[in-house]
Design a protein around this ligand. Structure first.
Ligand code: NAP
Ligand code: G4F
Length: 366
């Protein structure tokens, strides 16, 4: 049985990747930070009490700022594959916390690469690189587009990208960079713009709110559906040779488009509710990201199945349910047609929340 170790397992991608790997028969280990409050809501449906028998999903405390525990875990677990998803991942926040972001998002990767090298363990490594690294480079962007980072977050990711490549070349470690464009889902963090919009629209539709304040409405992003993207993370590590891949849809839309589609789904006009608040502007913006993913299409035989408007409907249905409004249901129907039956959370195709998502996870080892 293959063993995987995931950093950032409590995040959007970490939770979906766990479910996908479990469906493929993996034993899945993950690293979570110690917090004084509940920080594993995306994972609690996967938790099985170790006293109840054969457990395939195990959580360990760790922090990307601390290499000792990481070395201990890698050496003792001896994973076949490491998916390094942990990061301070919010671009706007990185302008307020540049040093912290450089430490966790940039140096965090170096710390893990060094753990792998020093432990001598033969394992494959996935680095969660980002389309933000392209920054001001003209769209569409591919694996050969030069980087032009526009935030401390993007600069830290560029450092991590090249660190990963250096360890591949210097020490012959099987390392892949997935250069993923924005991917969203009902599990997306609530302060990223897609989820901020769908939650606000749901609240407004429920009569709980009146306005949505946003920043730059003209920025264009290539938005895809997160569960499809974690499958690509796995696919990269299943190739004969390591490589770096751009993953996106090849279509871009503005923040305004996202708001328009979301409001229209519940029969509202976005212009009646959205106001611009310059506090959400960034000191330097990334204007236009759009993937040229021909390499992934050819070598990984992958292409996205969920379109932009389908993504909006999937997220809207989930957020409407969350505030107690019966959704139009188009998104839920779409999900059932997409061959994603490995999703296990409350957003699984055709599912309802049968898992008690407020249950705390007991960490397996210290
Ligand atoms: P996310 O939801 O923000 O998850 C980030 C994860 O990193 C969380 O589990 C978080 O733990 C963990 N983390 C943060 N600081 C840490 C630390 N000091 N030590 C250990 N863990 C720490 O991000 P995501 O959307 O799943 O994205 C996964 C990865 O892909 C990230 O590296 C992100 O930068 C990158 N990426 C994302 C996208 C996208 O559109 N989603 C696109 C390209 C690249 P807590 O839960 O405790 O905060
Ligand atoms: O949703 P966002 O915060 O995502 P951003 O900055 O593109 O970063 C995300 O995608 C990257 C991949 O390209 C990841 F690497 C990164 O970890 C993260 O997952 O903002 C998208 C756009 C930006 O142009 C922002 O200026 O939306 C614009 N925006 C407009 N109003 C807003 C808002 N963004 C946020 N978060 N909040 C607003 O009110």
């Amino acid at each position: 049985m293959k063993k995987a170790l995931i950093t950032g397992i409590s995040g959007q991608d970490g939770s979906y990747l766990s479910e996908f790997l479990l469906s493929q028969g993996y034993e899945v280990h993950g690293i979570v930070r110690k917090a004084s409050s509940f920080n594993t809501p995306r994972l609690s449906h996967l938790y099985v009490d170790p006293h109840k028998g054969d457990v395939k999903f195990l959580i360990h405390y760790g922090d990307l700022a601390e290499s000792g525990q990481m070395t201990h875990l890698i050496y003792n677990l001896r994973p076949d594959e490491i998916y390094h998803l942990g990061a301070q991942s919010h671009v706007r926040v990185s302008f307020d916390l540049p040093e912290y972001t450089g430490d966790i998002t940039g140096l965090g990767t170096l710390r893990i690469m060094e753990c792998i090298r020093r432990s001598g363990i033969k394992c494959k490594f996935y680095q969660a690189s980002s389309s933000e690294m392209f920054g001001a480079a003209a769209a569409p962007q591919s694996e050969t587009t030069p980087f032009y980072p526009r935030s401390p977050y993007a600069a830290a990711k560029v450092f991590a990208y090249w660190t990963a490549i250096n360890y591949r070349e210097a020490y012959n470690i099987f390392v892949c960079n997935g250069i993923l464009f924005n991917h969203e889902s009902p599990r997306r963090g609530e302060t990223f713009v897609s989820r901020k919009i769908t939650r606000a629209v749901a609240s407004i539709a429920a009569g709980l709110d009146q306005k949505l304040y946003l920043g730059n409405l003209k920025a264009r992003r290539d938005w895809g559906f997160a569960p499809e993207y974690v499958v690509c993370q796995w696919l990269m590590l299943q190739q004969d040779r390591p490589g770096d891949y751009v993953i996106g849809t090849g279509e871009s839309h503005t923040v305004e488009d996202f708001a328009r589609e979301s409001f229209a789904y519940v029969g509202l006009d976005w212009q009646d509710y959205v106001e611009v608040d310059p506090r959400y502007f960034r000191p330097t913006e990334v204007d236009h990201l759009c993937a040229d993913m021909r390499k992934a299409r050819k070598e990984l035989n992958w292409s996205p199945k969920v379109s932009f408007s389908e993504l909006v409907k999937i997220m809207m249905d989930a957020d409407l349910r969350a505030v107690g409004v019966v959704p139009p249901g188009q998104g839920e129907k779409i999900l059932k047609t997409k061959d994603l039956n490995w999703i296990q959370g409350s957003d699984r195709p055709g599912g309802s929340d049968a898992h008690g998502s407020s249950r705390s996870i007991e960490v397996t080892s210290s």
